[in-house]
Design a protein around this ligand. Structure first.
Ligand code: ADP
Ligand code: ADP
Length: 225
């Protein structure tokens, strides 16, 4: 199982409470968005799930595993940020292969997995390109492929579209949603863009001042003022 339970999750920075006690169940296979204005604690929540930040209090379960104290590399998650961190000195194929090399996979396994990931993100033929030869959207696809190739249980996306122009954002919105559905991977998506959350999500958690104020389907959230 790869559902996620957040239990009384808290993060404070001195006097500043970034996350003030969140209880949330994100179901297996669901596309769940955390929606809210800048500074409400979305990224902090996501980074606690990823293991980059240690909670001040509370618990994080993935399936029945308590990962609260596990380092990121033991959590089996993939994360993509706003600023597609792909390595500029490596071509697309080497970028995607990077995580597999760290895991000491064989050359053959790596080639097969990279080819598969390139098909998943629609970048067959782009193997030998470098970052400067890719559009913003293509760079985000490479960043996603690099994560998906390791077959994580959970996919975390932190404002992955906000560096793209409006037309590309529209296109990528539907593309990410379709990819997520075809993979069936449990996904947590952080955004301040209501339209993105309403279009892409199975359910949305609306955040306000360090708390999740309401949880519901896009229809429920849209109809509740
Ligand atoms: P939902 O209302 O989203 O369907 P559940 O019924 O799955 O939520 O969970 C209800 C409560 O039971 C949650 O608050 C959660 O803390 C607890 N719970 C459910 N499944 C587990 C689990 N696998 N491990 C620990 N606690 C769980
Ligand atoms: P969001 O992702 O919704 O924009 P964040 O999770 O980034 O919000 O930030 C939530 C709050 O926590 C903000 O008030 C922010 O200033 C504060 N915060 C985030 N990271 C740190 C940090 N490393 N040190 C101190 N305060 C922080």
């Amino acid at each position: 199982m790869s559902d996620i339970h957040l239990k009384s999750l808290v993060k404070s920075y001195g006097e500043n409470i970034a996350v003030a006690g969140i209880d949330l169940h994100i179901r297996q296979g669901e596309f769940f968005s955390l929606l809210g204005p800048s500074g409400c604690g979305k990224s902090t929540t996501l980074r606690m799930i990823a293991g980059f930040i240690r909670p001040t209090a509370g618990q994080i379960l993935i399936g029945s595993d308590d990962v609260t104290r596990l380092p990121p590399e033991k959590r089996d998650i993939g994360i993509v940020f706003q600023n597609y961190a792909i390595f500029p000195h490596m071509n697309v194929a080497d970028n995607i292969a990077f995580g597999l090399k760290l895991r000491k996979k064989s050359r053959e396994e790596i080639d097969t997995a990279v080819a598969f990931a390139l098909r998943q993100v629609g970048l067959v033929g782009y193997e030998n390109r470098y970052q400067r030869q890719l559009s913003g959207g293509e760079q985000q696809r490479v960043a996603l492929a690099r994560v998906l190739v390791t077959e994580p249980r959970i996919l975390l996306l932190d404002e992955p579209l906000s560096a793209l122009d409006k037309a590309l954002r529209e296109e990528m919105k539907y593309w990410i949603k379709d990819l997520q559905k075809s993979l069936g991977i449990t996904t947590v998506y952080v955004t301040h863009d209501q339209d993105e959350a309403l279009t892409m999500s199975d359910r949305i958690g609306v955040m306000q001042k360090a708390r999740v104020e309401q949880v519901g389907t896009p229809r429920e959230i849209y109809e509740r003022p």
